[in-house]
Design a protein around this ligand. Sequence first.
Ligand SMILES: NC(=O)c1ccc[n+]([C@@H]2O[C@H](COP(=O)([O-])OP(=O)(O)OC[C@H]3O[C@@H](n4cnc5c(N)ncnc54)[C@H](O)[C@@H]3O)[C@@H](O)[C@H]2O)c1
Length: 363
Amino acid sequence: MIIGCPKEIKNNENRVALTPGGTLSLVGRGHTVYVQKGAGDGSGYTDADYAGAGAELLGTIEEVYAKSETIVKVKEPIASEYALIRKGQFLFTYFHFAGSRDLTEAMVKSKAICLAYETVEAPDGSLPLLVPMSEVAGRMAVQEGAKYLESPSGGRGILLGGVPGVMPANVLVLGGGIVGTEAAKMASGLNANVILMDISLVRLRHLAEIMPKNVTLIYSSEYNIRQQLSRVDLIIGAVLIPGAKAPHLITRQMLGEMKKGSVVIDVAVDQGGCIETCHPTTHEDPTYVVDGVIHYCVANMPGAVPFTSTLALTNATFPYLLQIAQKGWKQACADNAGLAKGLNVVEGEITYGPVAEEFKQMS
Ligand SMILES: NC(=O)c1ccc[n+]([C@@H]2O[C@H](COP(=O)([O-])OP(=O)(O)OC[C@H]3O[C@@H](n4cnc5c(N)ncnc54)[C@H](O)[C@@H]3O)[C@@H](O)[C@H]2O)c1
């Protein structure tokens, strides 16, 4: 198979979809790999690294699309790429179709095959190509929180872990899924007092088995959240109701009960946020203040740590890419029902139910 890896051109996207290690495995199995010059720069991989692994370097994105049967990417194609995608070409990347009518229309029109990372399923129904980015965001949320709690960043000037003789900070994590679990592990590892809330008792029972003693598990309710507001220094929003907007667990009015200089990191901002006063921010300008509370609401947190994120992502995507390369997409999807769940748009048809529902008139 001829596989192409273009350089990501979305603003501030430094990840790359294929590493030199992945290239080596593909080339070793007889596949041809084209990599756009500079594609790995943001993640610490040079053109020489790819060439050494057997890739052929191409100077322009146009050449990569023109010469490749399969395109592997990180983010959805942006408008300037639409015209480069042709009938029958296979694209493997994050698409998030439901969020963009333009993208969906363009991909339907192209008659390409779009297999979206975000809807590939593992046998247990989990989403294995979303998990790694949630792991990165959850861990990073604590780092960012610790930074913004420092006085020079505008915070109230408290060290998450305290020191012997001084109380540590109080951290409230809302949601105990992937993001929340990783955040709670990091905050507790730094010796903070952590409360994690979830509405799933099954999840809380599981977390009770694996969390250290400085993580207290509480059922999530408005009453229980209100009881914590005046004492917390850092809140991490990590709830998800699949397919729905995040619920506003902290309203504008409730925010007033928090201490000045405390921090909220709303990781769930990509689903609307679970704190009413949150709106999406960027890495260039990540925070703003409401009622004296610092809000950090960056919608693509993993983009700030591309060295880690590229490896975390490709560790998860590569086994699927290999199946596609070895068998062709049709056979790979026939053999792996979870991979087939990733097919969102196939040769002019929307094949993924929720996306078809969203854009009924197009299908
Ligand atoms: N900002 C970013 O860069 C970034 C990166 C990765 C993920 N995310 C987002 O983070 C969010 C969480 O992702 P995840 O992978 O941890 O999801 P997940 O499904 O693993 O976990 C969500 C958890 O929220 C819990 N929940 C639902 N309603 C709740 C409520 N009312 N109170 C408390 N808990 C509740 C669920 O029971 C579940 O345990 C998602 O919106 C995801 O898109 C953002």
